[in-house]
Design a binder for this molecule. Structure first.
Ligand code: ZN
Length: 181
């Protein structure tokens, strides 16, 4: 069952409910999943509270996250951050992206495969940059978006929504917002 909740953001629960149902069948339905839609002012607090291993380094480095590791966290959690410029489709895109991370975490074969690919990718990046892997590097757009699991999540979200609302779209909106103020 998916529970929806909102924290300090302009989108109301009625609009959030319109994001579901959509054509997405979760395999991980044996455990409850909570989805929180929160305003960007909540980013630091919610990341520090719920996302292990990720250090907060700024509002403009991520748009959502999922706590996907079932055995460690029997209650699954996805947090989607809502910007002023977000639309139903862009929010649906982030939700589908995070749901795909969640699916990978709950499928033993997918989890193993992507963990392997992740380790290989980390090594490649570390060798190339001659630096140790850290949140700061990972959250850079070109590095984040080329990580195998991120590519999968982007592709699934784009296939479901019909348009790519990935980081390129997000950056464009952030620039427009900055210019407008
Ligand atoms: Zn992701």
């Amino acid at each position: 069952m998916i529970k929806l909740k909102r924290i300090k953001c302009k989108i109301d629960l009625k609009s959030i409910k319109k994001l579901l149902p959509f054509p997405y069948n979760t395999e991980a339905d044996s455990s409850d999943l909570e989805v929180i839609f929160a305003g960007v002012s909540e980013k630091k607090r919610l990341l520090n509270k719920h996302a292990w291993g990720l250090k907060f380094i700024g509002n403009d480095t991520f748009r959502g996250f999922s706590n996907k590791y079932g055995p460690m966290n029997p209650m699954g959690l996805i947090v989607v951050f809502v910007e002023e410029f977000d639309t139903t489709d862009s929010l649906r895109w982030i939700l589908c992206h995070e749901l795909t991370h969640y699916e990978v975490g709950y499928s033993p074969s997918l989890y193993r495969a992507f963990k392997n690919l992740h380790s290989k990718y980390i090594k490649e990046v570390e060798n190339k940059l001659n630096k140790k892997w850290c949140t700061k590097i990972y959250l850079k757009d070109n590095i984040h978006d080329n990580e195998p699991e991120e590519i999968l999540c982007d592709q699934v979200a784009t296939a479901i929504v019909g348009e790519n609302y990935g980081r390129k779209w997000w950056r464009k909106q952030l620039r427009k917002q900055k210019c407008g103020n």
